[in-house]
Design a protein around this ligand. Sequence first.
Ligand code: AMP
Ligand code: GLY
Length: 421
Amino acid sequence: MKVGIIGSGGREHAICESLKSSNKIDKIFCFPGNAGTQEIAENIDIDLENFENLKKFIFDKKIDLIIVGPEKPLVEGLVDYLESFKIKVFGPNKIASQLEGSKIFTKKICKKFDIPTANFGIFRNKDSAKKFLKKTNFPTVVKADNLASGKGVYICNKESEAITAIDEIFDGKFGRAKNLLVEEFLDGEEMSFFTIHDGNTFKTFETAQDHKRVLEGDKGKNTGGMGAYSPSRLINEELKNKIINKIIKPTLMGLDELGTNYKGFLYTGLMIVKNEPFLIEFNVRMGDPECQTILPKLKTNLSEILLACCEGRLEKLKIEWLNKKSLCVVVCSKGYPEEFKKNVEIENINKINLKEDDFFFHAGTVKKNNKVYAVGGRVLNLITLSDNFISARENIMQNLKKLNWTGGFFRKDIGYKVIDK
Ligand code: AMP
Ligand code: GLY
C-alpha cells in the first residue's frame, strides 16, 4: 500500500514513523515533509492550495490512503474534494472541520446541546463588543473567530487590554475577522483529550497536557506548544465519562443534525475545574506536540487504525497501548514565537543518541548537502517513554546537552506539574 501524509511538522514525522513499521506499507509520500520524514518517505514539494494538482499526483503515483495532518486543508475542504474522486482520506470533511474553523459554529452547538463551556458573547463590530465590556468581569477572554494558528486569543486582565484585543482582531491582525467572541475566563487546568472517529463510532486515543507558554513556569507568550506529557495527570474514569457524555456525544449529535458525521482525530481542548470538564476549543486533527508524545505509546499499527476509520470498521478494532509514561520536549529557534532566523545549521544533530524508548522527530527542518538546517519556529522534538516522568525528562535533557544547539532553546520544566511538585 502507498500512503501520503500532508503536513511538515513534528506531528507528521511522528505519523510517518508509526506507519513505517507496517508490513503493508511499501511507500510513504510527505507533502511537503521535513528533514526527518525524508529519511522514511519521499518528500514532495507541492502547492497544497492547488487541490487539482495534488489529486493528479495521487492518481499518478497510485496512492491508496491520504492522511491530513494540519487543520488548514481540512477547513478548506480537501477531504470532500479528494473523496469526490473516490480517494481514501483520513480526516473530517469541510462542515465537520468548522468545529475548529469557526469558534462560533462550535459555540452554537454548545448552546443547543447544553455542552459545558465558558459563557460568551458574539460580536460583529468594535462598538458592540466594547459596550459589552462594561458589564464583564475581568479577567476576560477575547478571541478571533477565524483560524489563527493558536494566536488570536487574548486573556485580558483589564478593560484597556480587551479594547486593544478587539481593535487588533477587527483591524485584521489574524486575517479578515467578521466576528469575535468575548468569553468568560475559566480558572482551572488544561487537558488535551483525543478521540478517533470513523463516521459511525469513535474510540478514545489517550490524553496529554501541553505547555503552550514560551517560558518556564507557564509564563510569556502563547506558542503552538513547547512540550507535553501523556497521560494527563487529571484524567480518571469519572472525568473521561463526563467528557464523552457531556461534550463529545452531544457534539456528534449536533453534526448529525447538520446532515454530516465525523471521521478523523478529534482533539478536545478542555479546562478542568474541580474534576468537571469545560470545552475550550475543538481541533479537528491531532495536537502538536501531543501527537509526538502519544504515538510512541501505540502498540497497534497506526495504518490498521486509519484504514479501519476510512472503511467504517473502527468498532471491531482493538487499539492497544504500552503502559508507559511519555514526555516530549520541543526545541525551538531562538526568538520564537516572535521573529527568528531561518536556515540556521543544527551542527550536532548526529550526536543525539537514541535508546530503545527514545524518539526523535523533526519539525521545521530541511537537509541540504548532508547538513540539517532549522527553517521553522519549532524545530525538533525529543521524546522518551519510561515508567516515570522524572527519568524520561532526565534522559531527554542528557540528549539536549549533547545537541547543545546555539541557535535554539527549550523549556527545561516540561512536565513540572507531575515532576516538581
Ligand atoms: P484556544 O485557541 O481557544 O485554545 O485558546 C488558546 C489558549 O488560551 C488556551 O489553550 C487556554 O490556555 C487559553 N484560553 C482560551 N479560552 C480560555 C478561557 N475561556 N478561559 C481561560 N483560558 C482560556
Ligand atoms: N498543541 C496545541 C495544538 O496542536 O493546537
